[in-house]
Design a protein around this ligand. Structure first.
Ligand SMILES: [Zn+2]
Length: 171
């Protein structure tokens, strides 16, 4: 029998959904699942419910004084993409429990803000986008390919000497 204090299925699902199915690592926000071609109902899952304090002795940030229940509790978990789950389990000096809890808190707050905004009708993930030094606007980056960037557009923010006419030409 394993000596790992694993999260339950219910806890893993809650961590994943509270993170909006995105990696919680600061600056990552990679999506962690998608469809698999193996079958019509197959899921390609690349996210992990990572332990803040390790699930077993010898793991990173393991805390001997912690009870097995606390170790498997949702408060000891953070939802990450596979890459960042591996990264935090190779370096407990950089990725301290406090830092991981702060990332989790920030990400859940961001998910909450975007989810509530989406329920209000739209403005789900607006960012301030700068194109060159003079053109700054509020919008959402939809995608980038070799020849074009696609944005939704919400509002111009003028900066520097640009005049509105110049902004229109540039876009
Ligand atoms: Zn990540």
């Amino acid at each position: 029998m394993s000596n790992r204090d694993e999260f339950s299925r219910k806890t893993k699902d809650a961590l994943r959904l509270r993170a909006s199915n995105l990696c919680s690592f600061r600056g990552c926000k990679r999506t962690t699942s998608g469809p698999s071609d193996e079958s019509p109902d197959a899921v390609n899952m690349t996210g992990k419910a990572a332990h803040i304090h390790a699930a077993a002795p010898g793991g990173r940030r393991y805390l001997a004084a912690m009870t097995p229940e606390k170790r498997a509790d949702i408060s000891n978990g953070i939802w990450l993409c596979a890459h960042h789950a591996d990264l935090i389990d190779r370096d407990e000096v950089t990725y301290t429990p406090d830092m991981l809890r702060a990332m989790k808190r920030e990400h859940e707050l961001d998910c909450d803000r975007k989810h509530r905004a989406a329920l209000r009708g739209g403005e789900s993930s607006l960012d301030l986008i700068a194109i060159g030094p003079d053109i700054v606007f509020c919008g959402e980056l939809l995608g980038v390919d070799k020849i074009a960037m696609a944005f939704t557009f919400a509002e111009f923010r003028r900066r520097g000497p640009a005049r509105p006419a110049q902004i229109h030409r540039a876009l």
